[in-house]
Design a binder for this molecule. Structure first.
Ligand SMILES: Nc1ncnc2c1ncn2[C@@H]1O[C@H](COP(=O)(O)OP(=O)(O)OP(=O)(O)O)[C@@H](O)[C@H]1O
Length: 256
């Protein structure tokens, strides 16, 4: 089941202990995302979605189980620039321009942004922000800030892209526009994507498969394949079969 170029979690468990409380954040989580696929994780607050993400990024260590990111251990993958990451609220540096924010991962990896000027510009163009290179985050709309965060996540050409609620702060209309944009960007880059979201329709629109988790203990209860061809048109959001798939996932999500 190992996918050398994708994301593989095998039997991953994680327990947090603190202030006399033991939380079984993840129990025996097994997930395989083939190279170039798009997977979403959905589940109630506290079911361990962010913990999966943090373990896959090497920010947290599992108590047991194995994790491979494009064939590497999570920390090695991060150090080699294999992984890109975009979080909720964009987390941009407010004093740096759009261009200088997009350059951050290159600096972290010890690369010279000046030498990769074309790459930085290409990413800014990819997310539709040409002309805003020198703007500060405070001068941009919420959707534009999220686009900067996506450009920043992609600038190292990551094979694997992790996104934790990247559009959580956006209103419904903007969120759908960003979903369409993200589909295009992901298709252009060919990366393996793992998205954590609370939005069932967002998950179904974007994904090849939706992983449904429950809490206490955090675990996978179902993995639902999404049957729609690509590229997906925004009209899919009002398609009957689309709503049936969403309803099925909602049932699993809210079921016992
Ligand atoms: N560093 C930590 N120390 C102690 N407990 C933690 C820590 N990180 C997470 N937890 C606990 O592990 C469980 C899973 O947390 P996690 O953040 O992964 O959930 P989540 O599904 O991402 O939630 P949300 O949707 O609210 O972001 C929760 O019960 C949380 O309180």
């Amino acid at each position: 089941m190992t996918q050398p170029d994708g994301i593989t979690l095998s039997g991953v468990s994680k327990t947090f202990t603190g202030r006399g409380k033991v939380v079984e954040a993840l129990r025996d989580v097994t997930l395989s995302c083939p190279a170039g696929s798009f997977t979403s994780i959905i589940g109630p607050s506290g079911c361990g979605k962010s913990t999966v993400m943090r373990i896959a990024l090497g920010l947290e260590t599992a108590n047991s189980g194995a994790v491979r990111i494009a064939g590497e251990a999570p920390l090695d993958a991060a150090k080699d620039g294999v992984t890109g990451v975009a979080f909720q609220d964009a987390a941009l540096l407010p004093w740096r321009s759009v261009k200088r924010n997009v350059e951050v991962p290159l600096e972290v990896l010890g690369r010279k942004p000046a030498r990769e000027r074309d790459q930085v510009q290409a990413m800014i163009e990819l997310v539709g922000l040409s002309g805003y290179e020198n703007s500060l985050p405070g001068e941009l709309s919420g959707g534009m800030r999220q686009r900067v965060a996506i450009a920043r996540a992609l600038v190292t050409h990551p094979q694997v892209l992790f996104m934790d609620e990247p559009f959580g702060a956006l209103d419904q209309i903007l969120r759908r526009q960003m979903n369409v944009e993200l589909q295009r960007i992901w298709a252009d880059t060919g990366s393996t994507a793992l998205l954590v979201t609370h939005g069932i329709d967002e998950a179904v629109f974007l994904s090849d498969r939706v992983v449904v988790m429950h809490a206490d203990p955090g675990r996978i209860v179902d993995i639902v394949d999404v049957p729609f061809d690509r590229p997906r048109d925004p009209s899919l959001f009002s398609d009957l079969v689309f709503h049936e798939v969403c309803d099925n996932i909602a049932e699993v999500l809210h079921g016992g």
